[in-house]
Design a protein around this ligand. Sequence first.
Ligand SMILES: [Fe+2]
Length: 173
Amino acid sequence: MAKLNFRGVTYTDQDQIKLVLGEYGIPFESWGVRKLNDDSAEGVLKAYLPDVERMKLDRGYVTEDVIALDPSTPNLDVLLAKFVDEHHHTDDEVRFVVAGAGVFEINVTATERVVFTAEPGDLIVVPAWRRHLFYLTEEKSIRCIRLFKDKAGWEAHYPYAQIGSKERVLHFA
Ligand SMILES: [Fe+2]
């Protein structure tokens, strides 16, 4: 279940979280946790297929995958160190959490961020070009479905790519 901190208030009511994030153009949905008949990526996508397909139709995503980070991930700390810097993407960052947890801090005004903790069953969309950062909770473990709007998103497995000379764009988190 998602948690949101904003302007000194902690929100745990999922409808309220949806409202607050919605005011700043950040889609949030509670899909709930479903039983997996098969723990593979295919099994995960199958379990959440109706919602994945609906999101693709509604918002124009064309590809999806399943990714995982945990303490057994090679160079996990190096990888995470990159995501914790503020960055943006040219595509939406769509994450549905299947297991584990992660924290998104997303800019909503010139000086303020929401702090959103995504847990199993939560779907969050960080809009394209929106500055944000990402880190794991103490457990350092997350498994997510990702959705992308174009093949460029699909190719974006690089930890980061350079755009121009100043902007660093992270594609994973
Ligand atoms: Fe990101």
